[in-house]
Design a protein around this ligand. Structure first.
Ligand SMILES: [Zn+2]
Length: 174
């Protein structure tokens, strides 16, 4: 019992990093976070189930600029915009972020730059960064695949025939 609580605490800790130091020293965080911990995400979700695995890796790009590479994998429950029911959504997002001071961040906006820049921060909240990246990566109008949507099922019933794949899909869910 005690052991379980200890693990839970470890998992829920909000890592704060000094981003330049993190990049300069090639540090890495490899961790899991429950979707429920990401508060800004909640209004886009059907429910807070799911968890995300992320790897944050500090380093330099080929021009010697300090970067953070972030890789996010996992799942969350979005709300289908057709039937308004929950749907499994696989989160898979990779990004490289250039660490900038304010001047170079402003300059970056004017350039055709391959990567996004963020302000170098001595107290960067890693979960905030994670949340920003996930919000950018989510579809604007998520929908079930054709045949798996409950809205489709209603239409099929009216036509007097059901899509056998939709039935299978429902069986798998239950
Ligand atoms: Zn649907």
């Amino acid at each position: 019992m005690l052991r379980k609580i200890y693990h839970a605490r470890l998992m829920y800790a909000r890592p704060i990093i000094d981003s330049l130091d993190f990049a300069e020293n090639g540090k890495q965080i490899d961790a899991k976070v429950p979707v429920a911990e990401l508060s800004r995400l909640q209004e886009l979700l059907d429910n807070p189930q799911g968890s995300l695995h992320y790897i944050l890796q500090g380093g330099q790009d080929d021009q010697g600029r300090f970067v953070l590479d972030i890789s996010i994998n996992g799942s969350c429950q979005l709300r289908c915009q057709r039937c308004l029911k929950g749907m499994d959504y696989a989160v898979q997002h990779d990004a490289r972020l250039l660490l900038c001071d304010q001047a170079s961040l402003d300059a970056l906006d004017d350039q055709e730059e391959e990567f996004d820049g963020i302000l170098a921060d001595k107290n960067l909240d890693v979960l905030e960064l994670l949340e920003d990246e996930i919000l950018l990566s989510l579809p604007i109008a998520p929908m079930h695949d054709l045949g798996a949507c409950q809205a489709d099922e209603g239409e099929d019933k009216q036509k007097g025939k059901r899509n056998p794949f939709a039935v299978l899909e429902n069986l798998k869910r239950n």
